[in-house]
Design a protein around this ligand. Structure first.
Ligand SMILES: Cc1ncc(COP(=O)(O)O)c(C=O)c1O
Length: 400
């Protein structure tokens, strides 16, 4: 019985920023939901309310950030708030700078609103400042969308001098920084760096979310920043849904009010930190030819394959008959037009082939991006044999 337990493996989905189901504080959330609806404020929670969100949670977040409650707006996940930014603050044809690569869903939303997207390449220390300054010499964007902490998908964290320079540039050129910070609390090593909102509060709108902290299903995201800009978002929100998901927001508020958030974040760091370390160790051992930025936290790690490896050859090799390659499943599968990005993302070296070159651009869903579809986890935070086999197969495909 004991032997069976020690060899037990659990599967981890590597295809998106999807939290591990075992991270969900199910009983606590159930208790908070019951208190939110069953308590004296229950009727208010089930009624329409202001489009800015559940007031006690706004106030709680405002106090934590040291801002007024009118500088906090809640929405059904942070993505919904990005949609409101598109509706309220963007005109078709406006230029938006993004990191390249970046979170694909944000690109989808920006494109929906007719934004002209300019990609600023990523370095291990965040966006490439020389490229950013070069782009600024040509035009001033309305926004620079950046994920400074444990970026999706590169895993990079913007270094302090980069953050300071970004803050200065935003002030000097008069563009907004849209700081997307859902992974910020999930730092597994090193000291926390100041947020862009701390450095340039007048020029930054900071998005955050309870998706990675409690669970995506609560659908509670927030934005902090300029009250006048948020009032315009609130109008777009009212015109869209009148009221956000007050049941989710009141449940999250109850969770925070009880002091459960910090212990939950401690649990998450203890759960995910060793997994990231094990992934990096396995890559070092089994895929030394590849390059990647070693993340200090968050969910994402991107692997860049060596120069000369083409996606087409890799796919062909992986699909070959017998041998370990058979166990390697790469996305996109032939015939699928839209590959899935992944935390364990394999990218052909930019310029390796046509697809690889496209992967280097701001189009996150470029066809040159590859992901190992699934991984499995064994007790003790080492990668399980299936996953190691995938890495070995990939290595042998690289050498072919
Ligand atoms: C950078 C980034 N922003 C936003 C989100 C989505 O957050 P939410 O569930 O709050 O809409 C994700 C989820 O993967 C993400 O990686």
């Amino acid at each position: 019985m004991t032997a069976a337990r020690t060899t037990e493996t659990r599967t981890i989905d590597f295809t998106r920023g999807v939290p591990a189901t075992e991270s969900f504080p199910l009983e606590q959330v159930a208790e908070c939901a019951a208190a939110a609806i069953g308590g004296p404020g229950g009727a208010q929670v089930l009624q329409y309310g202001k489009s800015t969100g559940f007031a006690p949670l706004r106030e709680w977040l405002a106090a934590r950030q040291g801002v007024g409650a009118d500088q906090v707006l809640l929405g059904n996940g942070s993505l919904q708030i990005i949609e409101f930014i598109g509706l309220a603050l963007l005109e078709p044809g406006d230029t938006v700078f993004v990191e390249s690569p970046t979170y694909d869903r944000t690109l989808t939303l920006l494109r929906r609103h007719g934004a002209r997207i300019v990609g600023i390449p990523m370095t291990p220390d965040g966006p490439d400042l020389a490229a950013l300054e070069g782009a600024l010499a040509r035009q001033t964007p309305k926004f620079f969308y950046t994920i400074p902490d444990f970026q999706n998908p590169s895993g990079a964290t913007a270094a302090l001098p980069v953050r300071r320079r970004l803050a200065e540039l935003a002030e000097r050129h008069g563009f907004w920084i849209l700081e997307d910070a859902p992974y910020r609390p999930l730092r597994y090593r090193g000291a926390q760096l100041p947020a862009l909102f701390d450095l340039a509060p007048e020029r930054t709108l900071q998005l955050s979310s309870f998706t990675k902290q409690i669970g995506p299903g609560v659908r509670v995201g927030s934005i902090v920043g300029d009250a006048a800009a948020l009032a315009r978002l609130a109008k777009a929100a009212e015109d869209t849904y009148i009221t956000p998901n007050l049941v989710g927001e009141a449940t999250v508020y109850e969770f925070c009010r009880r002091g459960w958030l910090e212990p939950q974040l401690d649990r998450l760091r203890a759960l995910y930190g060793p997994r990231l370390a094990a992934t990096a160790a396995a890559l070092r051992a089994h895929l030394p030819e590849a390059a990647w930025i070693e993340p200090d936290g968050g969910f994402f790690l991107s692997v860049t394959l060596p120069e000369g490896v083409t996606c087409a050859a890799l796919r062909a090799r992986a699909a070959e008959g017998a041998g370990p390659q058979r166990r390697l499943r790469l996305l996109p599968r032939p015939g699928r037009r839209r590959p899935l990005p992944a935390p364990a993302l394999l990218r052909a070296h930019p310029g390796a082939d046509r697809r690889g070159r496209r992967a280097a651009g701001p189009r996150r869903r470029a066809r040159g991006e590859w992901s190992v579809e699934r991984g499995a986890w064994s007790e003790g935070a080492t990668l399980c044999p299936t996953r190691l086999r995938s890495l070995r197969a990939l290595r042998s495909a690289l050498r072919a």
